[in-house]
Design a protein around this ligand. Structure first.
Ligand code: SF4
Length: 277
């Protein structure tokens, strides 16, 4: 757009590739530096996935819990996100192993194969690169999911009808679903995600420009630590419900009811860690 509106820039061959590249680049924080390592316990992840994960990560978490496996694209996208929200390498190894050995992978196979790639993501193997959690732009623009994959951006890569059903199952109000689908139709995927944030956090204006799944998580935690009394929470049937500060509870279909109280207790005070820049 800039190039088109400024003829002198357009005619400068040196600037054209730069501008073209810039429009596809993510220039915000990369969330590669762990600010809160170990502050999240593995028991909190089910509740957090409902409360503070963007749809892409909520979908990956649900698929992992259901099938006890994720293919490479999903492991990379979700694993790096979890690293960005503070999971240590030791926690990540435990998290993935616990889930995978409930499926078709035995402990030995996990240790010999999958554990390597997790250590790799944390810069402990291979070139020892400390890998960066994926930005929205990267997720939306590259490596689209195939059949059996759960990575990608649901606003970009899901069939609109399936997206609609998913949003309905998450008790997003019909008017909100219509707005989200309109934004998706116009290819405004990140705006659709912002709308999802507003609807699930009961705010009129998200107050930031969404560029990164880890930014979504951090902003959600900041918001939930701020004016809790103003927020609507999911009640036990999954409906939105106005609650006061002391009554906060979360229900995840992936979390047995008996462990919700534990998860709630463990979430107490967690948001405070994410209020820091
Ligand atoms: Fe995830 Fe970004 Fe898509 Fe939202 S817009 S679902 S954060 S990739």
């Amino acid at each position: 757009l800039t190039a088109r509106s400024l003829p002198s820039i357009q005619s400068d061959e040196r600037l054209q590739p730069l501008l073209s590249h810039l429009s596809h680049s993510y220039v915000g924080p990369d969330y590669s530096v762990q600010k809160n390592p170990g502050k999240i316990s593995l028991e909190q992840i089910d509740a957090l996935s409902v409360k503070s994960f963007p749809l892409c990560m909520r979908q990956l978490h649900r698929a992992l819990r259901d099938s006890h496996h994720l293919r490479h694209g999903g492991r990379m996208q979700y694993g790096l996100f979890l690293k960005g929200i503070g999971l240590t390498l030791e926690q990540a190894l435990e998290f993935w192993k616990k889930e995978f050995i409930r499926g078709k992978v035995d402990a030995d196979k996990f240790d010999k194969g999958y554990a390597y790639s997790i250590r790799h993501n944390y810069g402990k193997e291979g070139k020892r690169t400390d890998y960066t959690p994926y930005s929205c732009m990267k997720i939306i623009m590259s490596n689209p999911p195939s059949q059996g994959d759960y990575h990608g951006c649901p606003f970009r890569h899901s069939d609109p009808e399936l997206l609609k059903q998913k949003l309905q199952s998450y008790r997003i109000p019909p008017s909100g679903i219509t707005q989200i689908l309109e934004l998706v139709k116009g290819m405004h995927y990140q705006l659709a995600c912002q709308k999802y944030f507003e609807l699930t956090h009961d705010v009129d204006d998200i107050g930031f420009s969404l560029n990164h799944p880890n930014q979504y998580f951090t902003e959600s935690q900041k918001l939930l630590s701020g004016g809790r009394e103003l927020k609507k929470e999911f009640n036990n049937s999954g409906n939105f419900q106005q609650k006061n500060n002391s009554q906060e509870s979360i229900n995840s279909s992936s979390t047995p009811t008996s462990s919700n109280a534990t998860a709630d207790t463990e979430l107490e005070g967690l948001e405070a860690y994410f209020t820091e820049d």
